[in-house]
Design a protein. Structure first.
Length: 160
């Protein structure tokens, strides 16, 4: 089970994760959000993280998005510098190209580069759909659909 909690106040961004960078591993993050634009709305949050558990290290990270009309791009990236074994350091990324045909529906393409589960390639492609209901969002992600090593991930997000 993967868990992520975020808190945002003005430009301050705080985040806690479990089983994200590696299994049986937690991380704490802090960053500052910058945003702007009208025709092209953008947001970028540089962050610094501490990783502890089965993997221990420090991690610079970035979350960024760009939206134009019903299209958007979202990128999340980090580099985990393992403090116990430099050979275990790694780069992780999650990338989305989304389309929002209705205010309650967002669909698109997703890729990730991860170490959380075994895959035969570094970059794992997939499809996603998100459904917004008030302050809640339900998401479904289908990595390598139709293949023998397909992975499905479900997300639930609630805003306060």
């Amino acid at each position: 089970m993967l868990g992520i909690a975020q808190a945002n106040h003005d430009r301050l961004h705080l985040e806690a994760r479990y089983n994200y960078e590696a299994l049986d591993t937690a991380s704490l993050w802090a960053g500052r959000t910058f945003s702007g634009g009208e025709t092209f709305a953008w947001q970028i949050t540089p962050m610094a993280g501490a990783v502890f558990g089965k993997t221990s290290g420090i991690a610079p990270g970035l979350e960024a998005s760009l939206a134009w009309r019903k299209l958007d791009v979202y990128i999340e990236a980090e580099y985990v510098a393992d403090l116990n074994d430099k050979g275990d350091s790694f780069f992780y990324s999650w990338n989305e190209l989304g389309y929002t045909p209705r205010t309650w529906l967002r669909v698109g393409l997703v890729t990730q580069r991860t170490r959380a589960y075994r895959q035969d390639s570094d970059l794992v492609p997939g499809l996603f759909a998100q459904f917004r209901m008030g302050k809640a969002t339900l998401g479904a992600y289908f990595f390598k659909p139709g293949s023998d090593d397909a992975v499905t991930s479900v997300s639930v997000a609630v805003s306060f």
